[in-house]
Write a protein that binds this ligand. Structure first.
Ligand code: UD1
Length: 340
């Protein structure tokens, strides 16, 4: 098999784990990443795990001509498009940067897919497209989408809309939106993981950074929600399971004879509260975290978790790893970073 797969944002958190998973399944990932949100430690880590340095082009996905030259060099079997900004709060401060980076990047990729007739495409979407679920907190892919609360969320929502319109106009391509729930953890080798630039906005990096002393204390945003313990509930999925989902998605798409567009939830099917994450971390590491309860974070969804049936039925994929394993791996990664 000589299957080249273009992975935009392949030096990032989910991208790097997916590059590893693709390589291990016999694909040849070609990373396009301008490294603005990546760290050399992750590049070294991928090389350490794989025994070879992955192919990487330091190119911004918004630079269409530079991207075109890469499409000219390889006959890609598929594209996985991760490259995007993802901080909800920052997107409210810098909406234009978010719309430009996330949407121009996607438009360039789709247009080049069409010019070069690349058959398979996987898009990093998000459960944010469901908004706040009404009565039923377990969402299926049929759950109606709602308008998101942030420019970041809108870029995913619009991304899906753009892909849907592309599909209607060019039916021959095989397209899949993977709607990620909350990716956590790190590669079990602890050589690649999440590398927040500046102050983390996501929960688990904030937890591990507090435990290692990079942050003074963890603020739990809200303890008066109508949930089992008053804190918000999410579906936390181990990043290596998430990476495997991309390989399963590409394999599925490659095996289809006709063009299609599908959306698939990528979660565990289980809701876990913020306080449960904190308690699990304390139990696993034997570290008592300095915490405080703060006010609710603007735009936070109260409770959401995935119905995962479609991923199992369509892709033959399901999450295998537990929250405990994700916490252990995230903590091993944080400790590894402290040695660098
Ligand atoms: C958000 C987005 C999600 C996106 C992801 C990417 C929404 C509703 N969700 O996920 O689509 O893919 O970011 O980064 O737009 N928390 C604390 N203290 C902290 C940090 C977080 O209590 O210091 C809580 C939050 O209030 C939330 C939970 O932890 O209840 C998870 O937060 P976070 O990790 O930021 O992810 P989401 O907001 O679920």
């Amino acid at each position: 098999m000589n299957k080249y797969v273009l992975v935009t944002g392949g030096a990032g958190y989910i991208g790097s784990h997916t590059v590893v998973a693709l390589h291990q399944k016999g694909y040849i990932p070609v990373i396009v990443d301008d490294l603005r949100n990546a760290n050399p430690i992750v590049l070294e880590g991928m090389e350490h795990i794989l025994g070879v340095r992955p192919i990487l082009y330091k190119v911004d996905v918004c630079q269409k001509e530079a991207l075109r030259q890469i499409f000219e060099q390889y006959s890609f079997d598929g594209v996985i498009h991760f490259a995007a900004y993802k901080a909800v709060g920052e997107s409210v401060e810098k909406p234009l940067s978010y719309y430009e980076n996330n949407l121009v990047g996607l438009l360039n990729i789709l247009s080049l897919i069409d010019s070069f007739e690349v058959p398979n495409f996987v898009f990093s979407s998000s459960c944010t497209v469901y908004g706040e679920p009404k009565e039923i907190k377990e969402v299926t892919e049929q759950t109606p989408l709602q308008l998101p609360h942030s420019p970041y969320g809108f870029t995913k929502w619009m991304g899906e809309q753009i892909i849907s319109d592309f599909h209607k106009s060019k039916g021959k391509y095989k397209l899949m939106n993977l709607r990620y729930f909350n990716p956590v953890g790190a590669h079990p080798s602890a050589r690649i993981g999440e590398f927040p630039i500046g102050r983390p906005s996501n929960l688990l990096p904030f937890v591990t950074q507090t435990a290692i002393g990079k942050q003074e204390k963890l603020t739990i945003f809200g303890n008066d929600y109508p949930t089992k313990d008053g804190s918000c509930i999410r579906d936390y999925i181990h990043v290596t399971d998430l990476a495997e989902a991309h390989v399963a998605a590409l394999t599925y798409l490659s095996n289809q004879a006709k063009g299609l567009l599908e959306a698939v939830n990528i979660g565990t099917g289980k809701g876990t509260s913020v306080l449960e994450i904190v308690k699990a971390f304390e139990r696993i590491t034997n570290i008592s975290l300095p915490i405080e309860f703060g006010s609710r974070r603007l735009g936070d969804v109260v409770e959401i978790y995935a119905n995962v049936q479609k991923g199992q039925d369509l892709l033959g994929w399901q999450a295998r790893l537990s929250i405990d394993e994700a916490i252990e791996d995230a903590w091993a990664w944080e400790k590894y970073l402290a040695t660098k």
